[in-house]
Design a protein around this ligand. Structure first.
Ligand code: NAD
Length: 542
């Protein structure tokens, strides 16, 4: 074909409201009922074929842990080897596909997700990861649709970035896929990240082995089905749920390992980096190591902040999805002059927050993901109850009888270095330090130096001088910085996401900067008028 198709200009997928009586609510409720009444089997998908190993783990509802939603087959060494072989085999064809052919697969995936797959993927995210309808919609539907549509356009822009050509010479960059396979390892907390990490490299022509988080296997499996229906060829993305340590060790030992696309905790990413370093000399190429990791995200209020706006930002920023967002606000610094008004407003709003089964749409929060998370978060709260200088202002309760429920909890600490101000808890716990309003400059330093992370942060102030001071002093404290807004809810195409320091390699998911990591450019020079003799003018006799 003689055509150079333009990628449609992407716009963010509109967020559906799920208000009573809306068609999307009716359909989602029907899907939830149907999914809850059946038990699914989740196979591995290797080379386009479903593989059942017979070794399964239960995928349960976090808010009703006796309810088994699915049995997920687990990969062993043989399946991991098969996945590597399938990715390598598929590479020969896929890496040579014209870009517009690849792009069509993901544009179609976006449209399928915006329509027929929307209730399925949202429903699976609500039941399997305990998200409310709104939290599932902004993640599993809208953000993933945006990733597909925007990433394809970023790829187009990367390919258009070309060097100078001069008279008689034509220069260009061939953005080759990496030579080998990419290993995508995804977290439980965002279905969209599950979908983005394997597909971003695939859009750039790479083939992938994808290990999803066990607790997100249900929604992630629907994404595999969606991609197959969109026309993704067999072997381009191979889906291998399984024991993470063993799966990773095998993949990282392979000569064709060419990169990691990871989102998860800092410790796990550091372990993977060390393993890759230890194997470095055996690889065919230097691997690309891309990882977005933990956070200890802050809200800093100036004395000029609006108390209502601040209290709302604290509540939504800290407690939506039970605080299990890498960007969730978990430490807040409020001037003592403002704190009584903010505390009153925050506690009054919290009294209206309902926690429970997300299928009951009146609930604002569901359960935390699993027993391990429940025990860890409860451990922090119990220790805080015993500690001197720490007050439990709200919540503090935890109940795992039916589901892993933890009340939204607000702690107030005298010591700004108390552990819940410094360590990532990854649950519905917000710690507040009321600082002397006269200590603004000292507090800026404190916010910057309290934790090793630097993912997100927000400043609330009406005084523009204070905003400018905070932006300057906290320049390296957050990769995503918010002014008078909660530090969560980054939107693809609007706020490219990621942080540095212990929060990751800051390769900004949902941006051109991320996609560029999945290409290994080759510079091509064609000389139209090559020289015919070896001599230069300076060599001639005078
Ligand atoms: P996790 O690190 O426990 O798991 C992430 C993935 O790594 C999962 O697939 C898991 O099975 C796998 N894994 C676990 N241990 C492993 C090991 N030893 N070797 C190889 N793989 C291993 O993280 P999680 O609980 O799924 O997610 C929560 C964490 O993710 C938090 O720290 C959060 O801040 C972070 N996160 C960061 C971002 C970001 O963009 N920066 C986004 C979402 C989540």
């Amino acid at each position: 074909m003689n055509v150079s198709p333009k990628i449609p200009t992407p716009v963010n997928e509109p967020v559906l409201g799920y208000a009573p009586g809306s068609p999307e609510r009716v359909e989602l409720k029907r899907t939830l009922k149907d999914m809850s009444s059946r038990q699914l089997e989740i196979p591995l998908v290797i080379g386009g074929k479903e593989v059942r190993t017979g070794r399964t783990v239960d995928v349960v509802m976090p808010h009703c842990h006796r309810h088994v939603l699915a049995k997920a087959h687990q990969a062993g060494p043989a399946e991991v080897e098969a996945a590597i072989a399938a990715a390598r085999e598929a590479w020969h064809d896929w890496s040579g596909w014209a870009f517009e052919r690849r792009a069509a697969v993901f544009l179609k995936a976006a449209d399928l997700l915006a329509t027929r797959y929307r209730p399925l993927v949202n429903g699976a995210t609500m039941l399997g990861q305990s998200k409310t309808a709104h939290q599932a919609e902004i993640d599993a539907a809208c953000e993933l649709i945006d990733f597909f549509r925007f990433n394809v356009q970023y790829a187009e822009r990367i390919y258009a970035e070309q060097p100078l050509s001069v008279a008689g010479v034509w220069n260009y960059l061939d953005y080759r896929p990496l030579e080998g396979f990419v290993y995508a390892i995804t977290p439980f907390n965002f279905t969209s990240i599950g979908g983005n990490l394997p597909t971003a490299p695939a859009i750039m022509g790479n083939t992938v082995v994808w290990k999803p988080a066990g607790t997100a296997a249900l929604s992630n499996y629907f994404i595999m089905r969606l991609l197959a229906e969109a026309g993704l060829p067999p072997g381009v993305i191979n889906f291998v749920p399984g024991p993470s340590v063993q799966v990773s060790e095998r993949l990282l030992a392979d000569r064709a390992f060419a990169g990691i696309h990871f989102t998860g905790s800092t410790e796990v990413f550091q372990t993977l980096w060390k393993q890759a370093s230890a194997n470095l000399t055996s690889y065919a190429t230097y691997p690309r190591l891309v990882g977005e990791t933990g956070g200890k995200d802050f809200i800093l209020a100036h004395a000029s902040a609006d108390a209502d706006v601040l209290a709302t930002g604290m509540l939504r920023g800290a407690f939506e999805y039970q605080g299990q967002k890498c960007s969730a606000a978990s430490r807040a610094y409020v001037p003592d002059t403002l704190w009584p008004a903010v505390r009153e407003r925050l506690l009054a709003m919290l009294a209206e927050v309902k926690v429970g089964d997300p299928a009951d749409f009146r609930n604002f929060m569901g359960a935390v993901i699993d027993r391990k998370a429940f025990d860890k978060i409860r451990g922090y709260i119990d220790a805080a109850k015993r500690a001197s200088g720490v007050k439990v202002l709200y919540g503090g309760g935890a109940d795992d009888t039916d589901g892993y429920f933890i009340e939204p909890t607000v702690l107030e600490v005298q010591d700004p270095a108390y552990r819940t101000m410094c360590e990532e808890i990854f649950g519905p716990v917000l710690t507040v330090h009321a600082y002397p309003a006269t200590h603004w400059v000292e507090t800026l330093r404190l916010v910057d130096q309290t934790s090793p992370y630097a993912l997100t942060g927000a400043v609330f102030a009406q005084d523009r001088g204070a905003v400018a001071q905070a932006q300057e002093a906290l320049r390296y404290a957050a990769g995503n910085f918010y002014v008078n807004d909660k530090p969560t809810g980054a939107v693809v195409g609007q706020q490219p996401f990621g942080g540095a320091r212990a929060s990751g390699t800051n390769d900004k998911a949902g941006s051109l900067l991320n996609l560029v990591r999945w290409a290994s450019p080759r510079a091509v020079k064609e000389n139209f008028i090559p020289p015919r003799s070896f001599g230069y003018p300076f060599m001639a006799e005078a």
